[in-house]
Design a protein around this ligand. Structure first.
Ligand code: CA
Ligand code: CA
Length: 149
C-alpha cells in the first residue's frame, strides 16, 4: 500500500483495478448511476470493439477499493464508437447513453432498462448523421417561468 502526503493529510493508494480490455485503449469513461441504487457506476467504451461496458458500483460504507465494482457487463454500441454521452433521453429518470459511430456516420442511442442491482440496455437505436460524428452531447433543458416585477 502506497501512502502519500496530500494537503497536509496522508492519502492511501489502495491499488489499481482493471475494468477495460480493449488493446487499443478505452475511448472514454463516464460516471453515472445507471441502475438507480444511489451509487455512481463506471462506464467505458472502446473505439475498435464497439462495446459499451458498465461496471456496477458494489461498494459499501463509503469505501472505494479494487473490489468496489462488479465485473463489466457489455452492450454493443456500434462500430468505431467515439466519445459517448450520458443523459436521460426519454424522460423516465434513468440515464441513457448516446454514442457517435464515426465511420458509420450514425449516432447510436442505448435506452436504459436497468433496475437496482441489474444493468440492462435496450438494443441500440441508430440515427443517421450528415458527417462522421466524433462527439455527442446530451443537454437537459428546463424552462422556468418567472413573473416580471
Ligand atoms: Ca448505481
Ligand atoms: Ca432514460
Amino acid at each position: 500500500m502506497d501512502k502519500r502526503a496530500c494537503g497536509g493529510r496522508t492519502a492511501q493508494w489502495l491499488g489499481r483495478a482493471r475494468y477495460g480490455r480493449d488493446r487499443f485503449g478505452i475511448q472514454s469513461v463516464l460516471l453515472g448511476d445507471i441502475d438507480g441504487d444511489g451509487k455512481v457506476d463506471l462506464l467505458t467504451h472502446s473505439y475498435s470493439e464497439g462495446i459499451l461496458a458498465v461496471c456496477l458500483n458494489t461498494s459499501s460504507s463509503g469505501r472505494i477499493d479494487t473490489n468496489s465494482f462488479a465485473p463489466r457487463v457489455e452492450f454493443p454500441c456500434g462500430p468505431h464508437a467515439a466519445r459517448m454521452a450520458l443523459g436521460d433521453l426519454n424522460g423516465d429518470g434513468k440515464l441513457d447513453v448516446a454514442v457517435p459511430n464515426e465511420d458509420e456516420g450514425t449516432v447510436s442511442v442505448l435506452i436504459n432498462r436497468s433496475m437496482p442491482g441489474v444493468i440492462e440496455f435496450a438494443p441500440r437505436v441508430v440515427f443517421i448523421t450528415d458527417h462522421a460524428p466524433l462527439h455527442v452531447g446530451i443537454q437537459t433543458w428546463m424552462v422556468v417561468a418567472c413573473p416580471i416585477s
